[in-house]
Design a binder for this molecule. Structure first.
Ligand SMILES: C[S@@+](CC[C@H](N)C(=O)[O-])C[C@H]1O[C@@H](n2cnc3c(N)ncnc32)[C@H](O)[C@@H]1O
Length: 316
């Protein structure tokens, strides 16, 4: 049986054996099972914990699937991402005749609400991408595209805009010529692309762990005429890029008790040239500022739009 698991994370794939020990569930460990993840972090976690075949991509993989199991629910993903994935599953199942099973985490009422949206016309193809505009002072509004699963799908993030405003203003004021910029946790490319368009002469690298984000960042760079290297990674930039950047900009997630924010800072410290500048943004500097100060020895706060942009310089 070829079975595609969609939406599962490492913790979902355990069962408790009769001795009370946790192990990979027999249904997940069966031959022919393939896990799909949208985030490369989830792929690495599944491979490390369960040693299962896992693929990470922005869209579900074609294959001779006999069954597709979809783990979803409101605490796990947005309703729009669930509908988008259900649409891809419906198309895949139509091609292969795969049996579809929905493993819903949440209330029956929520599950019925989700399924009611596609019950009347399951074959209708909906486009879930969105276009929206963002700008920084002195720049015409730029059009961005995002997809369900991207951070801030359908709108710009105020923290990201605050970061783009400070970085582009300071770059312009510095009168520096060509600049190599790393945008880590780039999402749809908001920060890196705004800075590249506003400051000009920017050699841009964008990194994100989510495949829908790198897909959007790549598309937006192309549509905006910016040459950029886009990297899918949950471990920062590859070693070949160490010590090559003039500027690092990161709007990290804060849900992991600063673990991911510190990974961003560790990457910045590694990727920047001596004398290069690291900028991060957060709502409340009290948590992040000490972490950044520890990495770089000093940190200054620039207030913007109700956010704190934290600036540090890598020692020469
Ligand atoms: C707060 S969002 C910022 C998105 C974008 N820069 C903006 O300002 O709109 C954080 C981003 O970090 C990404 N992310 C989370 N963990 C990551 C990791 N380990 N490596 C790279 N990106 C990561 C998320 O997928 C998300 O796109």
């Amino acid at each position: 049986m070829n079975i595609l698991l969609v939406g599962y994370r490492a913790k979902d794939l355990f069962e408790t054996c009769k001795h009370g020990k946790r192990r990979t569930a027999a249904w997940a460990a069966a031959e022919g099972v393939v896990c799909h993840t949208l985030d490369i972090y989830d792929r690495h976690a599944i491979e490390k914990t369960h040693h299962l075949k896992t693929l990470c991509s922005a869209h579900l993989p074609d294959g001779a699937w006999d069954a597709i199991k979809f783990k979803t629910g409101p605490k796990r993903m947005s309703g729009e991402l669930a509908l988008d994935l259900l649409q891809e599953i419906h198309i895949l199942a139509g091609k292969t005749g795969a049996k579809v099973e929905i493993d819903f985490e949440g209330k029956e009422r929520d599950k019925n609400g989700l399924l009611a949206k596609i019950r009347d016309n399951p074959d209708r193809i909906r486009n879930f991408s969105a276009k929206w505009k963002a700008s920084v002072p002195g720049l015409e509004p730029l059009e961005f595209t995002s997809f369900p699963g991207c951070f801030c799908h359908r709108r710009m993030d105020e923290g990201g805009i605050a970061l783009a405003e400070v970085v582009s203003r300071e770059l312009k004021e510095s009168g520096k010529g060509a600049v190599r910029l790393l945008d880590m946790g780039c999402g749809s490319g908001l920060v890196g692309l705004l800075v590249a368009k506003a400051a000009g002469n920017v050699d841009l690298v964008m990194v994100d762990s989510h495949s829908r984000a790198t897909e959007a960042a790549q598309l937006n760079a192309k549509n905006l005429g910016v040459e950029a290297e886009v990297v899918l990674s949950d471990a920062g930039t590859p070693a070949r890029m160490d010590g090559t950047f003039d500027v690092f900009a990161g709007n990290p997630p804060y849900y992991s008790d600063y673990r991911i924010a510190d990974l961003f800072l560790e990457t910045a410290a590694r990727a920047l040239k001596p004398g290069g500048t690291c900028y991060t943004v957060c709502k409340n500097a009290a948590g992040l500022e000490p972490v950044q100060r520890k990495r770089f020895g000093s940190a200054e706060i620039v207030k913007r739009r109700g956010y704190a942009v934290i600036r540090s310089v890598k020692a020469q």
